[in-house]
Design a protein around this ligand. Sequence first.
Ligand code: GTP
Ligand code: MG
Length: 186
Amino acid sequence: MEQKIKVFLFGLDNAGKTSLLKYLKEEKVDENQSPTREFDVIKLAIENQKFFIWDAPGQVKYREQWERGVLDSDLLIFVLDTADNERFDEAKMELDIILNNFDTIGIPIIICFHKIDLEAAKDNLNEAFKVLELAEIKERKANWLKTSVISEEGIEDLEAMIYFSLILIETQMNLDSVQNKYNDLE
Ligand SMILES: Nc1nc2c(ncn2[C@@H]2O[C@H](COP(=O)(O)OP(=O)(O)OP(=O)(O)O)[C@@H](O)[C@H]2O)c(=O)[nH]1
Ligand SMILES: [Mg+2]
């Protein structure tokens, strides 16, 4: 049976999640991308492996749905609008809610410092690192990169990171099954 990999893509409204996902899937940029209003599940194939990416709606009124949307995820991707430092604290708060969610324990995360084509984003990068406290993320694999659908920076690397996260997931699945067999012996 084909393995179903679920990826939870989240971040504040206007961060650029849907744009990034569209670019990964179709290499297209929609200048008039409208805000997402409900979870959109997009199938993305990388090297014949299918990933089911849940694009979360970022506006405040939809965020309470994230708790349900994140269930059974294999990988988390957090997108930050790096140009908008006025919302870094809000972004950090929402990131922490998901990281502290019991259902996401041990699940790897990729952080995208997005819109890096903008000068403001480049200027804010150090501040973004400090506010998000990535070094403090414990007991899960965390990776970060700079991305943009305008300059295309980081797009191929992001694809590679998503793909290689699969190895981590498979390793964990194998460990789980070894553990189950071991338990059967007892
Ligand atoms: N400069 C720049 N703008 C971007 C980039 N990615 C997205 N945008 C713009 O950012 C705005 C928001 O993009 P969306 O993809 O709708 O953001 P979202 O995170 O999906 O927002 P919600 O669906 O409301 O949660 C749009 O105007 C995009 O054109 C980028 O890499 N660089
Ligand atoms: Mg969206």
